[in-house]
Design a protein around this ligand. Structure first.
Ligand code: KIV
Ligand code: ZN
Length: 515
């Protein structure tokens, strides 16, 4: 077999689709820089395959996949294609410069999808699949075929099409539970039947791609692994279409923590999990629920007195994993006003950020500004600061210069906001029932774009009264949604920054909107 990865009976290949299926989450819209940063972090994490995007879907996606293929070393770089020539050639053009390129082509095989969506017969679908795999195989060695909605497909037909695509050269065959309908016991039977019904299955890697509509994506994936699947398709923080995909961190930590029972390995460096999760959450604007397994704020917090007592006496009384394993540092070194550049640099290194020269100077300046407003700077503050520093564009059209607010009980809020547009200052005031609405009205008077604010959320980065507030907004223009993020110890300032951040992304995409 000439796939970009080599089979070994105990090794589970982690195929990460955060940048493709994950990016299909409603409201997620990553730019090329952000996608590259996530791909580089996925490579550090040790995933085997990065599905970098769907190149035919837009020029932007094509370029991002191409950039990732050129710059990210280590994992296989895959792109998604339907079973037509244009899609397949677009993936090839995008991934051909990767160290290990893969073309991933798919077509639906369930009766409902074939009849209602594709309006094709089984024979036509099989022919399209085989033709697509042959074409892809003429371009690259490593070809993955996915039978979309495989779990609801008729088994004899599914086995027939998988046999045919392996014969045509597919190195990986993927059987998705596209609509998240399976249960673990049924999924085990499903995988066993494929192993029995596809005579050449040993010539390919069997892969699963489970959606989480009934909350069983991780359980179904593990059930498949126990029955012969060797590639699992996952997304960081479980993001993806609708209820999302199987979560990378849950699958990896289940395989790691229960290796005594499951007996499989992955190539993942588990200590990079937390940082990857934070980065994906920050850049996608998809917050992590506090009780989320492995990476949620409460995942390692012991609240009940009896539990705390137990953990203090012997950690393993209530902890099956420890935070250090996923890269949550126990070395809570607190930085502050008096911390110097050296301590700052060392702590950044500890967290995985290696900055030098001018970049370090700039980051240190931002850190110093934060210490003027917040006494103790914790790791979470530094991670947030670094993520905004590294991904906030230095060339924003709109920059918040100042704001002033008057608000109180039984009075409406009045806000004055000053914004520089390409360096030119404008100031406006507005009134509303609340300070955030007033701030947004004043911003809209200066930046007059035909946008709609779809959502607003705020959370505290750390505990404590002086915690920084992180605001995430989603703003739409026509049918496109843009996420904006703002961070500050002052939540009105964080709100203003988040809105302005989203507006900057809009004018970066549509420069003609800037007057
Ligand atoms: O859910 C699905 O079936 C998919 C395929 C394109 C792999 O995302
Ligand atoms: Zn999917």
């Amino acid at each position: 077999m000439r796939s970009g990865i080599e089979k070994n009976d105990q090794r589970i290949f982690i195929f990460d689709t955060t940048l493709r299926d994950g990016e299909q989450s409603p409201g997620v819209n990553l730019n090329s820089e952000e996608k590259l940063a996530i791909a580089q972090q996925l490579a550090r994490l040790g995933v085997d395959i990065i599905e970098a995007g769907f190149p035919i879907s837009s020029m932007g996606d094509f370029k991002s996949v191409q950039r990732i293929a050129r710059e990210v070393k280590g994992p296989v770089i895959a792109g998604l294609a339907r079973t037509n020539e244009r899609d397949i050639r677009a993936v090839f053009d995008a991934v051909k410069e990767a160290e290990k390129p893969r073309i991933h082509t798919f077509i639906a095989t369930s009766e409902i999808h074939m009849q209602k969506k594709l309006q094709k017969t089984r024979e036509e679908v099989k022919e399209m699949a085989v033709k697509a795999v042959r074409l892809a195989k003429s371009l690259v060695d490593d070809v993955e075929f996915s039978a979309e909605d495989a779990f609801r497909s008729e088994m004899p037909f599914l086995c027939e099409i998988l046999t045919a695509v392996i014969e045509a050269g597919a190195t990986v065959v993927n059987v998705p539970d596209t609509v998240g309908y399976a249960t673990p016991f049924e999924f085990a039977e499903f995988i066993k039947k494929i192993k029995q019904g596809v005579p050449n299955i040993d010539k390919a890697i069997l892969s699963v791609h489970c959606h989480n509509d009934l909350g069983m994506a991780v359980a179904n994936s593990l059930s498949a692994v126990l029955n012969g699947a060797r590639q699992v398709e996952v997304a960081v923080n479980g993001i993806g279409e609708r209820a999302g995909n199987a979560s990378l961190e849950e699958i990896v930590m289940a395989l790691y923590t229960r290796r005594n029972y499951l007996k499989f390995d992955t190539g993942i460096n588990t200590q990079e999990i937390y940082r990857t999760s934070r980065m994906v959450s920050t850049l996608t604007g998809m917050m992590i629920q506090p009780n989320k397994a492995v990476v949620g704020k409460n995942a390692f917090a012991h609240e009940a007195g009896i539990h705390q007592d137990g953990v203090l006496k012997e950690r393993e009384t209530y902890e099956i994993m420890n935070p250090e394993m996923v890269g949550i540092s126990s070395n809570k070194l607190v930085l502050g006003k008096h911390s110097g550049r050296h301590a700052f640099k060392l702590q950044l290194q500890e967290l995985g950020y290696n900055l030098e020269g001018e970049a370090l100077d700039k980051a240190f300046d931002e850190f110093k500004q934060l210490t003027d407003r917040k006494k103790e700077i914790l790791d979470e503050d530094l991670i947030m600061l670094m993520d905004s520093f590294l991904f906030g564009s230095g060339e924003d059209v709109y920059v918040l210069d100042h704001f002033q607010l008057s608000s109180g009980t039984n009075i409406s809020s009045t806000v004055t906001v000053g914004i520089k547009t390409n360096g030119v200052m404008a100031e406006e005031a507005a009134c509303a029932d609340g300070p955030i609405e007033a701030t947004y009205k004043a911003i809209e008077k200066i930046i007059n774009l035909p946008v709609k604010l779809d959502s607003y959320s705020i959370s505290a980065v750390t505990g404590g009264k002086d915690a920084q507030g992180e605001v995430v907004v989603r703003v739409s223009l026509d049918d496109r949604t843009f996420m904006g993020r703002g961070l500050s110890v002052d939540i009105i300032e964080a709100s203003a920054k988040a809105y302005i951040n989203a507006l900057n992304k809009i004018v970066r995409t549509y420069p003609e909107l800037v007057p």
